[in-house]
Design a protein around this ligand. Sequence first.
Ligand code: C2O
Ligand code: CU
Ligand code: CU
Length: 499
Amino acid sequence: MQRREFLRVCGIGAAGLVGCGGSTGGGPDAPPASTGDFAVPPLLDGELVDGTRVFRLRLQAGSVEWVPGSPTPTYGANGDVLGPTLHFRRGERVRMEVTNELGVTTTLHWHGMQVPARADGGPYQTIAPGATWNAEYDVVGRAMTAWYHPHQMHETARHVHMGLAGMIIVDDPARSFELPSTYGVDDLPIIVQDRRLFADGTHPYSAGKTPGMHDMMAGLRGDTMLVNGRITPRAVVPRGLVRLRVLNGSNARIYNLGFSDNRSFLHVASDGGLLDAPVSTNRVLVAPGERVELLVDFSADAQGAAVELASYSGEVFGALFTGMMGANLGDALDRTTFRVMVFEVGAATSAIAAPTAFEPIVRELEADAARTRTIAMTMQAGSVFINGAQMTSLVNVPAAINFQIKAGEAEVWQVTNTSGMAHPLHVHNRHFQILDIDGQPPPRELAGWKDTVIIRPGRVVRLLLRFEGTPDLEMPYLFHCHILEHEDMGMMGQFFLVP
Ligand code: C2O
Ligand code: CU
Ligand code: CU
């Protein structure tokens, strides 16, 4: 099956994300904002140079008119906001050439990719204004949906919120299942982000602004929903099976996605690729940093029918926010149902059948672990901590969150959360498995490969991580809460792979 570039654009922005009007009717508790047509970020195949696939990304400032008449200054890659979807193939070598024209120092991290620490794009790999950073690595992981975003120390939340992020699709030419895979037609990137936009087009991370203490503790949430940079857009889909690659690129909001007619759908992949078999469900919880792939069947829908993708956040409020402290950390949308986007069934049809099984996933065994490490996520005294420590600079990182891990060894990470809200823990470079949650094996949709995992308040989650990779005594990898305000406050640590 051949992917092809299919851009449903209107307007002329380089990334095709600017200047579309359009509107749809209201929905249940819909955000009070206008809607636009669905935009598909361009698919970038790179350019083969001596056997290496080269991708060029220009980080640039731009603007988007989300508030009519009041353009919002933005960051994007090769365009005003977000960036192209990078198409990798397993087994290939890629080189990323990232030129920073933002006027501020930033980095670009390949979230979900297994890469040498020096190519990781974490806070140590800064790109000065005007500079170009080259990161070269082999695509060794499974087929999956990954993404890229800035990781500048103390500035990650701002740079992502300004609009810099993009999807990575890793294909495995040797293993293909009959899945919808025509990019932009029946295989859709769905980058979900929320924004708090003021009437003048600014937001809490606009130049000269900084979110207040409450937003730093709770994580910044907004009531305008963007999908691929458009406000609650409407996408036209074929009458058939459609794959949605959902990426939660929000700073802090967790979504509990489902459809307005309560239809069930198939959850087929987690962060690190396909599950062993599709899981039929009508809800999927997606935290910042996480990706899920869903198959939605529109074959029984009449042409012109519309169904909304919504977040049924109220259903999980009590599980994600607990106690008095938790109750203060959730916002109004966390307690209700709100619309994310609309799917309209078009004239085209597609006859791909729903899959029933993929490949077995060998369960990781606790017995293989060389040790158990404790990761305690806490909130106290107006801040956020891991193991009572904070990573607030790149020098003198406290020992409690600065690990030396023997390359090739497996470890159990026993993660606890005694705060009143859920924290999505992300580990760079490795996909891991969840051994158990409060002593129980994970549900099937969480039994595949993960790189970001929701740690609900009060829970004990044990992960099995196999630290394969190239030892490097000087350059560490990061692990952190993927609520970007928490990461910026230092809810982060690092580990060195040592020989
Ligand atoms: Cu998606 Cu360390 O980040
Ligand atoms: Cu990452
Ligand atoms: Cu957190």
